[in-house]
Design a protein around this ligand. Structure first.
Ligand code: PA5
Length: 442
């Protein structure tokens, strides 16, 4: 379960202020649970940990087994934003970073950018390997994945023939609408549905995350169990509720103490994409109407040698939220050396993780001394169960937090602005007027 420690904030905030924000967070909790707040038609994510049918998981396993029988050793997962980051987060956190397991395909991601170099590099790999593709877009109309998919689809058809290519493509999209749905029906692809009432950034426990996670050989049942247990935990209305406390403290630091930036910190490089997933969740949910905490992230100790200076002594606009992992998955002990030329014998017999823990404690004290409040979140270890718990914890806390801020956490109106300009510049049919206007500006 996710535990919270607000001790690293106590020297920065007044108790009375915290109590006021705890009250606001409990009211926001009530709104989220009564399902009568802004965006309440997008609350399907709340039940995913307990409602996901076994048949969905077996359908995903059937794709895995079918592709295994075809010898597939590379799956290109195409998607962007919420149709990408959850799966990548889980796969990067839970797979060996350097060695692929026997019988498990390599997963690479595409359609999350418009770089020609990037897609060309992906296609270099596709040509060398036995390739299949999962294309994910809830709307079915997003340009980045659509462009990547056109390229991958055409390559698969040329290489394997249309019928075999169709067996090597799975589409995850809306049940009825969107270009991807039409295309998938026409081409006879296997499809999975993104539920209407789940927004992209809350969709990791729908087929959007589940299929890539299953293909990567990760235990999705354990992840759902972790999410379900965390759900039971954060559903209890209490001032001890970790999600309520997190939402209360981050809003207090933002509103009353000018802390406009929250840095998510992990001392485990496997959590790099947890940070990316979290940044989208909080950034897209809260950054509206001229409000919101700017979500940033660092991986320590790596970034102590780059961003550490700024966090210690730069503009005091930030607080940290540290995701602490209590136990390492592996055991590596530092040896003794008779010559001790590197002068490290004082660490002989110590686990590397012990050094990491001391770095973490030392950093906490230094940053608090430097004026950076610290919220601590802890999990037992990096595994399916705890990652599932973290997913649900952050989603639930985000709903509470955005309601404290007075924001609809489930829309993203601002994402459209760049698209209109891009379509005008690309001369998309229907955008002629905007093209004329935009050409005057450049
Ligand atoms: O959270 C969101 O809603 C967005 O990040 C979307 O997931 C992203 O824009 C991709 O959209 P789609 O799945 O419709 O292609």
């Amino acid at each position: 379960m996710v535990k919270i420690d607000l001790g690293g904030c106590s020297s920065f905030v007044k108790d009375a202020d915290y109590i006021e924000f705890e009250k606001k967070a409990l009211e926001a909790f009530d709104t989220l649970q009564a399902e009568n707040g802004a965006g309440n038609d997008f609350l399907g994510w709340k039940d995913l940990p307990v409602d996901t049918p076994e048949s969905l998981i077996s359908d995903c396993e059937a794709v895995r087994d079918d592709w295994k029988a075809r010898g597939v050793d590379l799956v290109i997962v195409i998607g962007i934003g919420g149709s990408y980051l959850g799966a990548r987060c889980a796969i990067e956190a839970l797979s060996h970073p350097f060695i692929r397991k026997d019988g498990v395909p390599q997963i690479v991601f595409a359609g999350n950018n418009l770089s020609e170099d990037y897609i060309a590099d992906v296609m270099d790999l596709a040509r060398e390997r036995n390739t299949a593709c999962v294309v994910i877009s809830k709307s079915g109309t997003t340009t980045e994945p659509a462009v990547a998919f056109r390229i991958v689809k055409s390559y698969l058809e040329e290489r394997y023939g249309a019928a075999e290519a169709a067996c090597r493509i799975v589409a995850i999209t809306d049940a009825v609408k969107g270009a991807l749905k039409t295309l998938a029906t026409q081409e006879g692809y296997r499809t999975f549905v993104v539920p209407d009432n789940v927004g992209g950034r809350y969709s990791v426990l729908t087929p959007v995350g589940i299929l890539p996670i299953v293909l990567a050989g990760i235990d999705i049942r354990a992840m759902l169990k972790g999410a379900a247990d965390e759900r039971a935990e954060v559903y209890s209305r209490s001032s001890d509720n970790a999600a309520v406390k997190y939402a209360a403290m981050r809003n207090l630091l933002y509103s009353a103490y000018g802390k406009k930036v929250e840095i998510l910190v992990s001392f485990n490089p496997r959590f790099q994409y947890l940070c990316e997933w979290w940044k989208q969740l909080y950034g897209e949910s809260e950054g509206k109407e001229g409000k919101g905490i700017y979500p940033a992230s660092v991986i320590f100790t790596t970034d102590l040698h780059s961003m550490g200076q700024f966090i210690q002594e730069g503009d005091r606009v930030m607080f940290e939220t540290v995701v602490n992992v209590e136990n390492a998955r592996r055991s590596v002990v530092i040896g003794s050396d008779t010559q001790n030329l590197d002068q490290l014998n004082y660490l002989a017999g110590k686990h590397v993780e012990h050094c990491n823990a001391m770095a973490q404690l030392g950093t906490k004290l230094a940053h608090i001394d430097g004026g950076v409040p610290q919220i601590g979140l802890s999990i037992d270890k990096v595994d399916e169960y705890n990652l599932g718990a973290l997913f649900f914890f952050f989603e639930f806390a985000c709903g509470i937090s955005a309601y404290v801020l007075g924001i609809n956490p489930f829309n993203q109106p601002g994402v459209e602005a760049y698209k209109k300009n891009m379509f005008a510049l690309l001369r998309k049919p229907g955008f002629e007027k905007q093209t004329e206007e935009i050409l005057k500006r450049i």
